[in-house]
Design a protein. Structure first.
Length: 306
């Protein structure tokens, strides 16, 4: 299996055009095949840019809900409150929100435009005297422009945090190959949705499982009609006042954007009534609208097990 995962947006224009034709997106393929078109920069002249080719990500943070207001404020992840009580402790990571704003269209659409998306999550489980690599795959289904039906899905249960925090890695593949959809159908089982439970001691039996989980996304990304869409790494530490993200109890928002300054987080909030991220800084008479990017929200909570 290939070891390297490369989102399509980071590949060269020849590779992008080839994949676009493979999935039947002829209009966008023509743009990338036109000499001097500057790829995605020219898409706006030919139609809507493909947001799923963006390679930047922005990271926000929401503390646990307080008060009775409808909208929960979001701040940049580097503004999260430092929680020193998490050093050398165990936490849970759960997926609470998945917005499929714009994903590669299926080659054959029956009008439902439902996407099957493979997520690969990776981290390090910090144990006394060593760090253990962990990885886990999950699949979700959602229509373009809608949210997937996920809330509180465990990813890692009992993940050990080191004295310097943790690093969380994720990539996504849009599965368009019907044979591959059958292959990964087992990841939809109730057992898989329970997440990966970890111990306070090394688990040698995990090594083959972790190796397979890490390679699965890269292999499927290289397959016909499948598209590697996102890849991000989020480091969370305890170094208050630094540019990077801080680790705290709460929820982290990851949005796939065209530029590193696309989102000013104080203009957005989490709507507690609808469960969506919406614009809250509005002109007079303007109605709130949903964040126009592919986005996920994952929650950090304290591990309460043995």
């Amino acid at each position: 299996m290939p070891e390297k995962f490369v989102p399509l947006g980071e590949q060269d224009e020849v590779q992008i055009a080839q994949k676009l034709r493979e999935i039947g997106d002829e209009d966008a393929a023509l743009v990338y095949e036109t000499p001097g078109s500057l790829g995605s920069a020219a898409e706006s002249f030919f139609g809507a840019p493909r947001a799923w080719l963006n390679t930047q990500h922005q990271y926000g943070f929401m503390p646990r809900f307080e008060g009775s207001g409808r909208y929960q404020p979001i701040v940049a992840a580097n503004q999260a409150p430092v929680d020193l009580g998490l050093k050398n402790q165990r936490i849970n990571l759960k997926l609470d929100y998945l917005c499929v704003h714009d994903y590669p269209r299926p080659l054959i659409s029956l009008g439902d435009n439902v996407h099957t998306i493979l997520f690969t999550f990776e981290a390090f489980n910090n144990l006394p005297g060593k760090r253990e690599a962990v990885a886990f795959n999950q699949t979700y289904r959602a229509k373009s422009g809608q949210d997937a039906a996920v809330q509180g899905y465990p990813i890692f249960v009992g993940l050990g945090v080191g004295s310097d925090g943790l690093v969380f890695y994720c990539n996504t593949v849009n599965i368009g190959n019907s044979s591959d959809e059958q292959l990964i159908s087992t990841l939809d089982s109730k057992t898989a949705k329970m997440g990966l439970s970890l111990l306070t001691t090394a688990q040698p039996a995990l090594a083959p499982f972790v190796g397979f989980a890490k390679s699965l996304g890269a292999w499927l990304a290289s397959r016909s009609k499948n598209v590697p869409v996102q890849e991000f790494s989020l480091g969370l530490d305890f170094d208050e006042g630094a540019p990077g993200g801080r680790l705290a109890i709460g929820s982290y928002v990851v949005a796939q954007v065209e530029r590193a300054d696309s989102i000013y987080w104080p203009d957005w909030g989490f709507d507690k009534e609808t469960g969506a991220i919406v614009r809250t800084s509005l002109a007079e008479g303007e109605a709130p609208y949903i964040l126009p990017y592919n986005a996920i929200v994952f929650r950090v909570s304290r591990y309460e097990g043995p």
